[in-house]
Write a protein that binds this ligand. Structure first.
Ligand code: ADP
Ligand code: MG
Length: 328
């Protein structure tokens, strides 16, 4: 039923940035070394994600856009064991295809001959044929929400939508320094990381030299308490921006937006930040997985901690000692 399908789609796909998120997660799950993201008009006109991952043959391509199909879980025990891949619900491509014009081209890694091209419009497969393409996968999503005008109306300005896309792309670049990840907006390069594995060089590519050179290493492994380690980079208290913050926090490798972690970082600077000035931070916090719930909501990326105050003080003191060690 059309209505049910479109409401379900809205749960995963809220805006262009959610399309970028789902496609990039698929590329990472496909073991890509290079991921190129290109968006037009903040993603409202088009989103394209290309990877050099394992790719798909014709049958895989057909299955990929079907409802609730995934290659990532074979039975319930996989779910209980905890799924290692990012996506596993098997609904992203299906739901994106239901509310856009989607073209997918793919060829298995190491495969010879042609690849496969598939087109979906508003949930209907309109074309499936052999096509010349490099190994890996490219997914193009055009005219997002063209058939759901109510949703289309909720899209913000191009600048705002692009901001969300940029945030998502930045998080995945920072969390995956060994993947060369690039972002283009209206045919202009926004950033491109090298994928050489260092967080420093990734920060340089994403935020530029001034920020990269002001970064201080955080590296703490508390002996006691709920946190196993806090690692990453934070900026000098004078290297700040106003308006919005540039705090990227990852819990057990997953990007999260969490009030507690944000406060911990800001508090670590004490009174050193000018008002409405925010530092840059890229922090990886690891805790025993049974003590945190990072799936409170699939879209919001919020966290529920078993030991809030212990986590906050561990992160705050890790950042504080990193700044102190530099005499800051
Ligand atoms: P999920 O990621 O939850 O499995 P998706 O709808 O995002 O569901 O993708 C469906 C399936 O399509 C995946 O399980 C995978 O087998 C295949 N797939 C999607 N994107 C890619 C890609 N970039 N490279 C290789 N396979 C892909
Ligand atoms: Mg997926």
């Amino acid at each position: 039923d059309r209505t049910v399908r479109q409401i379900a789609a809205g749960e995963v796909v809220e805006r262009p940035a959610s399309v970028v998120k789902e496609l990039v997660e698929n590329s990472l799950d496909a073991d890509a070394n290079r991921i190129s993201i290109a968006v037009d008009a903040g993603g409202t006109e088009g989103v394209r994600v290309r990877d050099d991952g394992v790719g798909m043959d014709r049958d895989d391509v057909k299955m990929a856009v079907e409802e609730h199909t995934t290659s990532k879980i074979s039975d319930v025990s996989d779910l209980e064991a905890g799924v290692g891949t990012l996506g596993f619900r098997g609904e992203a491509l299906h739901t994106i295809g239901a509310v856009s014009r989607l073209t997918l081209r793919s060829k298995p890694r190491g495969g010879d001959g042609a690849g496969t091209e598939l087109r979906v419009e508003g949930g209907e497969v309109t074309d499936l044929r052999p096509a010349g393409c490099p190994a890996g996968t490219v997914v193009e999503v055009e005219d997002l929400f063209y058939n759901t005008p109510a949703r289309r109306k909720f899209l913000k300005t191009t600048a705002t939508e692009f901001d969300h896309v940029n945030t998502v792309a930045t998080q995945y670049a920072l969390a995956n320094p060994d993947v060369a990840l690039s972002l283009e907006h209206d045919d202009r390069e926004v950033f491109a990381t090298e994928g050489r594995g260092s967080l420093e060089s990734t920060v340089l590519s994403v935020y530029g030299r001034e920020v990269a050179e002001s970064m201080v290493r955080v590296d703490a492994e508390p002996d006691a308490g709920p946190v196993e380690s806090v690692t990453g980079l934070v900026s000098h208290p004078e290297t700040t921006r106003s308006g919005r913050d540039y705090l990227s926090t990852f819990v057990n490798g997953r990007y999260v937006t969490d009030r507690l972690l944000r406060e911990a970082v800001l508090d670590a600077y004490g009174g050193q930040l000018a008002s409405d000035r925010y530092p840059f931070a890229v922090l990886f916090v690891d805790v025993p997985r049974e003590t945190v719930d990072v799936n409170v909501h699939p879209r919001k990326m919020e966290v529920r901690w078993d030991h809030e105050s212990g986590v906050k003080s561990a992160v705050e003191s890790a950042v504080e000692s990193a700044l102190l060690a530099e005499g800051l």
